[in-house]
Design a protein around this ligand. Structure first.
Ligand code: C6P
Length: 426
């Protein structure tokens, strides 16, 4: 993925362990990729929705359920000890993945959506008041819009938006006008799922902090393809989803600055998040448990940790280099198809591993249906980014998204499928 070095930080897990990158070897490690769909070998180009899972992650899940299954932090018995150790070990891996100093700053959530809702509710309801302002962008996924709308409706705060240019990039020249002493939060995506735009989060964070606003980053598509260092980015909260980076569904994380998390009210009440429960009130457990009411997604967290190990072992430098080559080829090939319009930044430095496009008058759902008949899986629709679609005056796009297991042959199969679409609609 072409996230420029200015938006990034360190090598994954310290020194990169990049080996010679062999796409065929990588591909062989993903069982779901080895099947036929509609009589054709599957080409999976929908990783921005959810990635496929390597055998190492599947094995970690099996191992947990076959050997260690027990609730965490509760039982004083061997299985509970093992389960707790693996669960907390995974928290440390995810903390390392995003450059966090302290695993206690990492809260397990169901995914990015829940992480963003957690901040909007637990920080927002205590700190945002009538007349305050929340700055978002038109590029955001609904998960980074709707929680702030709910907060604004509950508090009387006002939402303000960074607009987009004709390549789907943020118009940052407007930032000085948008950021005022009333701005409490700037909530921004690291990478757009709809267009692939990579946002200069570090620059935005610097500007936001000048007016004492907090910076909340939707990292659902950011921590997936590149090394992320939350300290280097200078942000206050970072949300991510394990399932987009080779982990299981239903487990993500929120990283937050310790001082902020400590001052926040709990998000949900229940077991494990308390210190002492009285009849009328209770006191809270230490971080991170204060935000983890109830039995967590133990297997999900362990699988997420295994995904971090898997990607770290390959090396994010190698993965990024592979994805950049693939994107260069894919953009060149797709742009050459008759009647195709590609949405998103022209420069690969600002464009992650997503190609969003329309083809003449063909509805993106029809494009996807025809490609599916050829065994090629893409996503079509508004991609939970209706403001982006509105900006371009369209209802939907077709989206091909790439990951470490994709190859140039996959791009060729996509292009062949698009010529079938062109033949039908041309
Ligand atoms: N985007 C896509 O096909 P969850 O569902 O909580 O794991 O992630 C939500 C989310 C938030 N922000 C961004 C930028 C995202 O891309 C997503 C998920 C998927 O693009 C499903 S809509």
């Amino acid at each position: 993925m072409a996230i420029s070095t200015s938006t990034l930080g360190r090598d994954a897990q310290g020194a990169s362990m990049a080996k010679a990158f062999d796409p065929a070897r990588i591909r062989a490690q993903f069982p779901a990729l080895h099947q036929e769909v509609n009589g054709k070998p599957l080409i999976y180009l929908d990783s921005a929705a959810t990635s496929q899972k390597p055998q190492a992650v599947l094995d970690a899940l099996d191992h947990y359920y076959e050997h260690d299954n027990a609730n965490v932090h509760r039982g004083i018995h061997e299985l509970s000890r093992r389960s707790t150790e693996a669960f907390e070990g995974a928290r440390g891996k995810v903390a390392g993945w995003i450059g966090a100093d302290d695993p206690a700053e990492v809260i397990w959530t169901r995914g990015t959506t829940e992480a963003l809702n957690l901040v909007a509710s637990a920080w927002g309801l205590d700190n945002v008041h009538e007349g305050d302002e929340i700055v978002l962008s038109v590029l955001e996924h609904h998960s980074n819009i709707v929680p702030w709308q709910l907060l604004a409706q509950r508090t009387g705060a006002r939402l303000r938006y960074i607009e987009l240019d004709d390549q789907g990039r943020l118009i940052l020249d407007d930032l000085p006008k948008l950021l005022t002493e009333r701005t409490k939060i700037v909530a921004i995506s690291h990478v757009s799922n709809a267009l692939g735009t990579v946002n200069p989060v570090k620059d935005i964070a610097t500007a936001a902090h000048e007016v004492d606003a907090l910076v909340v980053v939707d990292g659902a598509q950011g921590a997936v393809h590149a090394d992320v260092d939350v300290r280097e980015l200078g942000v206050d909260f970072y949300a991510l989803s394990g399932h987009k980076m080779c982990g299981p569904t239903g487990c993500g994380a929120l990283w937050g600055r310790r001082d902020l998390l400590e001052a926040m009210s709990p998000y949900q009440g229940g077991g494990e998040m308390i210190h002492v429960v009285g009849r009328d009130e209770s006191t809270w457990a230490e971080l991170p448990h204060k935000f983890e009411a109830g039995t967590p997604n133990i297997a999900g967290a362990i699988g997420f940790g295994a995904a971090v190990d898997y990607l770290s072992d390959i090396g994010m430098d190698a993965i990024q280099a592979h994805e950049r080559q693939l994107m260069e080829y894919a953009l060149e090939q797709i742009r050459a198809v008759d009647a195709v319009r590609v949405y998103g930044p022209d420069s690969l430095d600002e464009h992650s591993a997503v190609v969003s496009f329309t083809l003449g008058d063909a509805h993106p759902h029809d494009i996807s249906t025809i490609l599916d008949a050829e065994g090629v899986a893409i996503r079509a629709g508004h991609h939970c980014a209706q403001l982006v679609m509105k900006h371009f005056g369209i209802a939907a796009t077709a989206r091909a998204s790439f990951y470490l297991y994709n190859t140039k042959d996959d791009v060729d199969r996509l292009i062949a499928g698009l010529s079938t679409v062109g033949g039908i609609f041309g």
